[in-house]
Design a protein around this ligand. Structure first.
Ligand code: NAP
Length: 483
């Protein structure tokens, strides 16, 4: 099957932080894959920018090496490899100095879409944005893309927004949350709004609760110092989990346009009730036979930072009143799993009352691993053994179903192409990010004002016992992680 793609115009993509980890590990490989897919039109350029004083030729060799490292050695044998490398230029610029910006300006062309991707620390977003404007490299049509984290609280997010808006209009700003670039996330919208089947059931009358899980199997070794200032709530809940919650809970937008979708997501955030401390569980992983504990990784013996968090969230509106959303995310859990589980109520009356019949239907939207959707359905257990019921999965794995590598394309591929198309639907709007922080800040503050310690949990497990209790006290249970 040949993938149909919405074409993009020729572009100049200026990648700040081009020598950095994210650029080399994710962004260049994503661009190369789009190039191979024929989606980077002739005449497009990628212009790397960072302080390192290297020539374009030297920088091309750096990218070539990274592509081999992250996409496999055979990548070099592809016909497109050298053609792609030749599309790359490099300008040495420092966010804090005037040097190098003329050279950068000489690379960009009139009548070509200009996008500036800031894969750098947020502390220099403002400087770079201001220089792009001052030098005239940025035009009123240019786009600017910024990486996470977008602030560490409401105040810092407001400052970043003000810095960017001093040089760019909101319609030019693309705040990345790579979760929104996942195939399944967009499929959630297609599933809900392009089918008549689910939407009539998508409410508190039929859905008992929703579980959103983002579990990682790795710890924070090697970056414990950085992580310890952040923690799971800032690092994962404020952005990825809240975005998944919004897409699950939002009302149907009147059209699939960036502002219509983001207006509906914003309404969900504004409908979130404050979360009381007894509906939150924070945890830190213990040492295991072959690895150290969170405390050791963070090199902070007194750390109260959460490497795990679970919380019960209420969306206070007509659709969701009484149907809670349970969110959990953590490091060093059994497996790397991200999913949204929509747990339906049992039928109002069971004619099979004398039989084992406990589980309702569940719609599982898997983001990783193996993106896809599973609908757990109750059927008769086949065979002549009498009328017995059992739950079976109706499974749709995108990789299998669509038989096409674009089905599981990396989120960055999709998001960068959307920037070039000028489509902001899968990017966070400034007011949305601020509303998310306005809801999260009091949750962080109430923890900072307490003296409680995070619950300890075993590495390779499902999280702290207290998190199980969060569900049990409501007569519910978490779906197993990775079983
Ligand atoms: P990194 O490896 O430290 O790279 C930072 C880049 O910024 C380097 O290319 C550096 O190059 C450049 N730079 C630093 N100071 C500069 C200055 N004054 N002027 C111009 N360029 C400057 O960081 P990273 O891991 O790639 O992360 C980049 C951004 O993406 C951060 O905001 C991070 O939070 C975010 N992010 C990263 C990941 C990831 O997996 N790495 C994931 C999600 C989000 P020179 O030293 O040559 O100037």
């Amino acid at each position: 099957m040949v993938a149909k793609v919405i074409p993009v115009p020729a572009f100049d993509l200026v990648l700040f932080g081009a020598t950095g980890d994210l650029a080399q590990r994710k962004i260049f490989p994503a661009l190369f894959k789009r190039f191979v897919a024929g989606q980077m039109p002739q005449g497009s350029q990628i212009i790397g920018a960072a302080r390192s004083n290297v020539t374009s030729e030297e920088f091309q060799q750096t990218v070539a090496k990274s592509l081999k490292e992250f996409l496999g050695k055979n990548v070099e044998k592809k016909d497109e490899f050298n053609q792609f490398i030749e599309c790359i230029q490099y300008a040495a610029v420092d966010a804090f100095s005037d040097k190098g910006w003329d050279k950068l300006k000489s690379f960009v062309r009139e009548d070509t879409v200009r996008a500036f991707y800031l894969s750098v620390a947020p502390s220099i977003f403002g400087e770079i944005a201001a220089r792009l404007k001052k030098t005239g490299i940025a035009t009123d049509e240019s786009r600017i893309v910024v990486e996470k984290p977008f602030g560490t609280d409401l105040e810092t997010a407001e400052t970043l927004n003000a810095q960017l808006r001093a040089s760019f209009e909101e319609k030019q700003i693309y705040r990345i949350d790579h979760y929104l670039g996942k195939e399944t996330v967009q499929n959630l919208m297609a599933l809900r709004f392009a089918n008549a089947l689910f939407e009539p059931l998508w409410n508190n009358k039929h859905i008992d609760h929703v579980q959103i899980t983002v579990a990682e199997d790795i710890g924070v070794a090697g970056r414990g110092g950085y992580y310890d200032k952040s923690g799971a709530i800032r690092d994962m809940v404020q952005n990825h989990l809240m975005q998944l919650l919004c897409l699950t809970a939002m009302e149907p937008p009147s059209q699939f346009s960036s502002d219509a979708v983001r207006d509906e997501k914003l309404k969900v955030i504004r409908a979130l009730k404050p979360v009381k401390e007894d509906n939150i569980v924070r945890g830190q992983y213990r040492a295991s036979a072959n690895d150290q504990s969170y405390i050791e990784h963070s090199e902070n013996p007194n750390s109260r930072t959460d490497s795990y968090v679970a919380m019960k969230v209420d969306v206070a509106n007509w659709r969701w009143a009484g149907t809670p959303f349970y969110l959990r995310t953590g490091k060093k859990l059994r497996e790397r799993v991200s999913e949204i589980a929509v747990m339906f109520k049992n039928p109002p009356h069971s004619i099979f009352s004398d039989m084992e019949y406990h589980e309702g239907n569940a719609l599982i939207i898997r983001l990783q691993p193996d993106e896809g959707i599973t609908l757990w359905t109750t059927i008769k257990d086949p065979g002549p053994g009498g009328m017995r019921l059992k739950q079976v999965p109706l499974d749709m794995s995108f990789a299998e179903t669509l038989e096409d590598e674009t089905a599981v394309a990396d989120a960055y591929e999709r998001l960068i192409m959307d920037v070039i198309r000028g489509d902001q639907t899968l990017f966070m709007r400034g007011d949305e990010v601020e509303a998310a922080w306005a809801w999260i800040d009091p949750i962080i503050l109430q923890w900072e004002n307490s003296t409680a310690r995070p619950a300890q949990y075993d590495a390779g497990g499902s999280g702290p016992e207290d998190a199980l209790m969060l569900m049990h006290k409501d007569g519910r249970k978490w779906r197993p992680i990775g079983e």
